[in-house]
Write a new protein. Structure first.
Length: 224
């Protein structure tokens, strides 16, 4: 049978449709080949953060999050081995939020849930629900904070949605003020802590943690 060359015109719409189908197929092949589940992350800090990926996602070997609430999809291997342990993630500035995966239109296996919940990590939606929920539940959550950032985050969300229940906000403000003071004092060199203790006629021979706690309580007039 004789070979016949056939030319066929393709419309711009058909061309772009084909490109989109190829791009989606490449995503699916990539996920299948790497067998790397996905994780969604959201950024609540100022400035920007760049995240390098162990396994490319949609052809990208890194993502940049810039601006409050910006989000991205990363590979689970990166989250599990590195990202969830960086300072921004520990403090709750970078938060895992798997709803981002569907939000961004990705199809793939979602990575396993973290065994232990980060006590500082909350999305805006989670915070709004907690603000409007039982105050005893909120107190339990706030008591679990280990860094001052979640206090700042909770208060920012409250301001954004016009939430002004003082009995609730006071719980958050008190913990935020305390943890912020702990953070500031703990930045000091041990020498400076010793001097601060001596100026206040306090025993500087105790542990660093004990010095910070004592100085914070004095600053905030917290009774022993």
């Amino acid at each position: 049978m004789k070979n016949v060359d056939v030319e066929k015109e393709v419309s711009v719409g058909q061309y772009h449709k084909a490109l989109n189908e190829i791009s989606e197929l490449q995503k699916q092949i990539e996920i299948y080949q790497l067998k790397s589940p996905l994780v969604g992350v959201r950024w609540y800090g100022q400035g920007a953060i760049r995240i390098g990926l162990s396994n490319p996602v949609a052809g990208n070997s890194s993502v940049v999050l810039e601006g409050y609430g910006d989000s991205a999809v990363i590979d689970y291997a990166s989250w599990r081995s590195r990202i969830r342990s960086i300072e921004a993630a520990r403090d709750g500035v970078l938060v895992r939020d798997d709803s981002v995966i569907e939000e961004k239109g990705f199809n793939g296996v979602i990575g396993e849930k973290d065994i232990k919940k980060n006590p500082n990590a909350f999305t805006d939606e989670e915070i709004e629900k907690l603000l409007k929920n039982n105050i005893d539940k909120l107190k339990k959550v706030v008591d679990g904070f280990t860094h001052h950032f979640p206090g700042h985050h909770f208060l920012k969300v409250a301001e954004n949605i016009g939430f002004n229940d003082r009995s609730v906000l006071a719980v958050i403000e008190k913990k935020y003020e305390y943890l912020e003071a702990v953070y500031r004092w703990d930045l000091l060199h041990i020498r400076d802590l010793n001097e601060a203790m001596e100026r206040r006629k306090l025993d500087p021979s105790v542990s660093r943690e004990a010095m910070v706690e004592k100085l914070v309580r004095l600053e905030l007039n917290i009774d022993e």
